[in-house]
Write a protein that binds this ligand. Structure first.
Ligand SMILES: *[C@@H]1O[C@H](CO)[C@@H](O)[C@H](O)[C@H]1NC(C)=O
Ligand SMILES: *[C@@H]1O[C@H](CO)[C@@H](O)[C@H](O)[C@H]1NC(C)=O
Length: 405
């Protein structure tokens, strides 16, 4: 039941390391005593954990362990202890080291990591209290001071509130130590449920304790949009506007279908799965007025919000949704539906988003594209990426004399 697990590219865990490093380093700086960090991975036996999260945690351990802090890793899930342990052990088997690490050193590091990693069932309020007690006992036993705790939510959003309540009531670290929770999309399933979830989480956690992740922003092509614009400011400044750009096409291509994850897809569909989060983020990065300082998170956020305020919104009549041919059959098979069942869940969506603002760019995410003129300007593709990839294409109009060389 995880969000589009098949979209994750090898290397995506690097982005997770970045997230967790940011969560960690913000807190670790300027501390001299050896302190202990507990990382709790919720959903430790799931697909995402197996494919990326454990590898990301291992890499984090390799990068950070030598810097004076100690770590423990608690893999948690609803699964009963014995079965959960087996599943987690399987996930940990395939950990890999950086290419330049000697095999013997790698084996040693892996062994240490395994010794620091435990599975535990987290289901009831008592389970969370026991986790807290175990962390405290471990700290006391080893004579360590606690730096903080990170909870990574690799679980469906309907489980967030219960987990948050349990963390707040029994798993907060003592005074002087920090708490961080990492949340993935999808964040609710509509405007109302997203707001409700935000309010609930806000009642359990402080804003600075929450890290909301859109892993798509870690993709190479997406991560490079702002730096590209920034580094080419001089050349692009006079061109990146409605006088020179006819439209922007943001396209996400998939090579895999929804087979094996129709229970998730039936709940969310393509619009909630990728359009309102991943592609909307790309839209803001392409269409925003470039902040003077693109490294300033606060300035980038402000400029993103300006794009949203300037969007004209989507008209029902101009949007297109579709479904690939074998989808309904896959749903019937995987969800044991009768032969007469036909799903109405869209697996394709596209439409024009107008931007009614200043010198901004007209944008149209997801629209099928018929090139009327050769592409000039920039086209972001992942280096060495497979055919499923995303592109943001900028179309300059085909007026003679206007095209830049
Ligand atoms: C969070 O935990 C504290 C301490 O146990 C408690 O006083 C507070 O009511 C909890 N918040 C919510 C919203 O339950
Ligand atoms: C840009 O913002 C970053 C992050 O806030 C800050 O560290 C940096 O000093 C800023 N650069 C300039 C030139 O203001």
């Amino acid at each position: 039941m995880l969000a589009e697990p098949f979209n994750w590219q090898p290397g995506m865990w690097k982005m997770l390391i970045v997230v967790m490093c940011v969560a960690l380093l913000g807190c670790l700086q300027a501390q001299e005593l050896q302190e202990h960090v507990s990382i709790i991975l919720l959903g430790a036996t799931g697909d995402l954990a197996k494919k990326y999260l454990w590898q990301g945690l291992f890499q984090l351990y390799l990068d950070e362990a030598g810097r004076g802090h100690s770590f423990s890793f608690h893999g948690a899930a609803l699964t009963a202890p014995k079965q959960g342990q087996e599943l987690m052990a399987k996930a940990l088997e395939s950990l890999s080291c950086p290419k330049d690490m000697a095999p013997s050193h790698c084996a040693e590091e892996k062994d240490q990591f395994l010794q620091l990693s435990r599975y535990r069932q987290l289901k009831t309020a008592e389970d969370y209290q026991a986790l807290n007690k175990d962390i405290e006992a471990q700290l006391q036993h080893a004579g360590l001071r606690e730096a903080g705790r990170i909870f990574y939510f690799s679980v469906p959003p309907f489980a967030y509130a219960d987990i948050a309540r349990n963390i707040n009531s029994s798993c907060r670290p003592g005074p002087g130590a920090w708490l961080r929770v990492v949340l993935e999309k999808p964040f609710g399933h509509d405007h109302f449920s997203a707001q409700q979830l935000a309010t609930e989480l806000g009642s359990f956690f402080q804003e600075e304790e929450m890290y909301r992740v859109d892993h798509y922003l870690g993709k190479q092509a997406v991560a490079q949009i702002l730096p590209f614009r920034d580094q080419n400011r001089k050349a692009l400044d006079s061109l990146w506007n409605r006088h020179h750009v006819e439209r922007v096409e943001i396209i996400m291509k998939e090579t895999v279908d929804a087979e094996g994850r129709t229970s998730f897809y039936e709940e969310y569909g393509v619009i909630r799965d990728v359009l309102q989060n991943h592609l909307t983020e790309v839209l803001t990065l392409v269409a925003m007025e470039l902040p003077l300082n693109v490294s300033s998170a606060e300035a980038v956020l402000r400029h993103k919000l300006q794009v949203f305020q300037a969007l004209r919104g989507l008209q029902r009549g101009s949007a297109v949704v579709g479904q690939y041919q074998s989808y309904s059959e896959q749903v019937r098979r995987e969800l044991q539906k009768p032969d007469s069942f036909h799903s109405l869940t869209p697996t394709f969506a596209g439409g024009p988003w107008g931007r009614a603002w200043g010198t901004g760019l007209p944008t149209s995410p997801g629209a099928a594209f018929q090139s009327r003129c050769p592409w000039v300007g920039w086209r972001g593709l992942e280096v060495g990426s497979p055919p499923g990839c995303s592109e943001a294409r900028i179309a300059f109009p085909c007026l003679p004399g206007v095209l830049p060389a």
